[in-house]
Design a binder for this molecule. Structure first.
Ligand code: GDP
Length: 195
């Protein structure tokens, strides 16, 4: 059976929770810069340019909100981990993201992206520990599965799960480039937005 569409429309960018529109249940995507977040959101929505909005200069540091036609919203949180980001911006990033993740009542699920090829970085682990500590519902998504050679796949899956302190079955593997696992993730996203 074909996966249901995820029809998204960019609504607005914001820096603080109180500026966000109320569109019903919300899922958020978070991950370090370059993890493949924009590519994945575009693949989920079948729109090549959608998440480019968040890649335009000035918007990379903002919370970007997309409304879902059938109800709810998808939120693209700014990527973390740019070594060149000055300390005070990093501080703003943390307070903005932490504020969103802790205070947003509409938030039902956070998809925490980890690069499937390189596994969780120390910052990813810190993010996962923080989500766990604060009881923020989250699902780990491993990106770029096509970059892992099939001979190494089983081991990589085991190592990545271990690095995230999870069972292998808890992790959703995807490749936005090769459209692997994207339908399954889309169904999961829709199930959170429409229940
Ligand atoms: P973002 O910074 O997290 O939004 O990451 P992007 O979506 O811009 O992707 C960062 C880089 O990874 C780009 O060069 C993408 O082409 C590449 N990329 C993203 N997803 C995949 C994937 O599924 N497979 C492969 N091989 N490359 C990917």
């Amino acid at each position: 059976m074909a996966s249901k569409p995820l029809q998204l429309k960019f609504v607005q960018s914001a820096t603080r929770v109180h500026q966000l529109p109320e569109l019903g249940p919300e899922v958020a995507f978070v991950g370090r810069s370059n993890v493949g977040k924009s590519s994945l959101i575009n693949a989920l929505a079948h729109q090549r340019q959608l998440a480019r909005v968040s890649n335009t200069p000035g918007r990379t540091q903002l919370i970007n909100v997309f409304s879902h036609l059938a109800g709810g919203a998808v939120v693209d949180l700014p990527g973390y981990g740019y070594a060149r980001v000055p300390g005070h911006i990093r501080g703003d990033w943390s307070s903005m993201i932490e504020g969103y993740l802790l205070e947003r009542e509409e938030l039902v699920m956070v998809f925490a992206l980890v690069d499937g090829e390189i596994g969780p970085t120390p910052l990813d682990v810190q993010m996962l520990e923080w989500l766990r500590y604060n009881d923020v519902p989250h699902t780990v998504v491993a990106t770029k599965s096509d970059k892992v050679k099939s001979a190494k796949r089983q081991r990589r899956k085991r190592d990545l799960a271990e690095g995230c302190m999870l069972e292998q079955g808890d992790i959703v593997w995807v490749s936005a480039s090769k459209n692997v696992g994207v339908d399954r993730l889309r169904d999961l996203v829709i199930s959170h937005l429409t229940t």
